[in-house]
Design a protein around this ligand. Structure first.
Ligand SMILES: *[C@@H]1O[C@H](CO)[C@@H](O)[C@H](O)[C@H]1NC(C)=O
Length: 405
């Protein structure tokens, strides 16, 4: 055993600021009242020990989502034969780390085994197969999930129902029936409708609101709407647009979460694209933080090394807050700053009642103000306060980011 002196410990802390308790995305999110900041992951990556070390860092990640291993083709590859090994591996990891689990997903048009997608069905037989799947899977994971994405991507871009095997055979009733079946299997887990391009107002967001209302009209339980937020650098909706769209859902009595956030760019990545990506990440996280009822943000994996984007969108990538070598990108700073609050510039106006003159005292212009605990206090391009409020030290992380700790 090596005994470290107090001085050595202080030195270790100062040169390893990333290990300072509270410095990460999840800790900052929880300090602001959110339930978690989390990430998706997938089974093949779990052989990469460096990857797993950061995945398990609860300063940054308080929640995991299995990217693929709870989907229908993995869990029920042939009818009524259930295979939970891969899904359990991620559930077990989350539990070992003390991380929440978002479970994903039960009913979707994609990644279905052929016995479902190419089967010969009647309304009654397909409903029975759907209910059997939901009941088995939700029962298996009962007590282990914070939430289930019960129905995924049921809408076309114009807000009409997607022509999936579910819709064409059962009709829109498959949605409330799926929610009622999940609720019967685990009355405590949060039940979500999850989709993309419902983060800004328009026909599809209206369609998602209509799904909430449809489920409620059947007397079934729906607890949340998941906004996937697979965005493109430079064309993500503004913070206020995202916040007002979220309010459209929470006004119906459900919570919301950002469930699959990533922000891709056309490669190669440049400093300008990375700076815009930082702004874009910050806007989405800030919109969630500003929305009562937005419980947390999940990124769709944390490193570009394992992002789904390059395999799906030709010529695009660099969508995650960490690069393929596990270095933090400016986007990381953008998220952390949005969660920790930027330097507060306060202006105090004093009116002297004894005379008619008015003097203005600026107690915190961005150049001279103090940054609050957790706030950014330095970094390339930073024009805000560089001193911290009493009791905290401006701590260097990297060239892009220093924080009051
Ligand atoms: C299928 O059956 C369910 C449950 O009875 C019903 O709600 C739904 O409308 C039916 N769909 C069709 C297309 O008949």
């Amino acid at each position: 055993m090596v005994q470290l002196s107090r001085g050595a410990l202080a030195l270790a802390a100062s040169i390893l600021p990333q290990f300072v308790n509270g410095a990460g995305l999840n800790t900052a999110a929880v300090a602001k009242g959110q339930l978690y900041f989390g990430t998706a992951t997938d089974n093949p990556e779990l052989t990469d020990t460096s990857y797993v070390t950061q995945l398990s860092n609860t300063d940054d990640f308080g929640q995991l989502t299995p990217g693929n291993s709870q989907k229908w083709d993995t869990i029920e590859p042939s009818q009524n034969t259930f295979s939970y090994t891969k899904g359990d591996a991620i559930a077990n990891l989350a539990e070992a780390n003390g991380q929440k689990l978002r479970c994903h997903n039960l009913v979707w048009h994609s990644q279905l085994p052929s016995w479902v997608s190419s089967g010969t069905w009647t309304n009654a037989t397909l409903l029975a197969a759907m209910k059997n799947h939901i009941t088995n899977v939700v029962t298996h994971y009962k007590g282990r999930c914070y939430a289930w994405d019960v129905v995924n991507e049921a809408l076309n871009e114009d807000g009409s129902y997607r022509e999936s095997i579910w819709y064409t055979t059962i009709g829109p009733a498959y949605i409330p029936i799926a929610f009622a079946t999940a609720a019967a299997a685990d009355p405590d887990v949060k039940l979500y409708y999850n989709d993309y391009n419902i983060e800004y107002s328009g026909s599809k967001a209206t369609g998602a609101q209509n799904i909430v209302k449809l489920i409620q009209s059947y007397g079934a339980k729906i607890d949340g709407v998941g906004l996937q937020a697979h965005f493109i650098v430079g064309s993500t909706p503004s913070q206020s647009a995202q916040a007002s769209t979220m309010a459209g859902y929470t006004n119906l009595g459900v919570e919301v979460a950002i469930t699959e956030l990533d922000i891709r760019m056309t490669l190669p990545s440049t400093d300008a694209l990375l700076a815009q990506q930082k702004t874009d990440y910050s806007n989405t996280v800030a919109a969630c933080l500003a929305t009562k009822g937005c419980v947390g943000v999940t990124i769709w994996d944390w490193t570009d090394k394992y992002s789904w984007v390059p395999n799906t969108f030709s010529g695009q990538g660099a969508a995650c807050p960490w690069d393929e070598n596990y270095a933090k990108k400016p986007a990381y700073t953008g998220i952390l700053t949005a969660l920790g609050g930027t330097a507060i510039a306060t202006t105090t106006t004093t009116t002297r009642s004894s005379t008619s003159s008015t003097s203005t005292t600026t107690s915190g212009s961005t150049a001279t103000g103090v940054a609050q605990h957790w706030a950014q206090c330095g970094g390339s391009g930073w024009t805000g306060a560089t001193t911290c409020v009493s009791g905290y030290t401006c701590t260097y992380f990297n060239d892009y980011y220093s924080q009051c700790l």
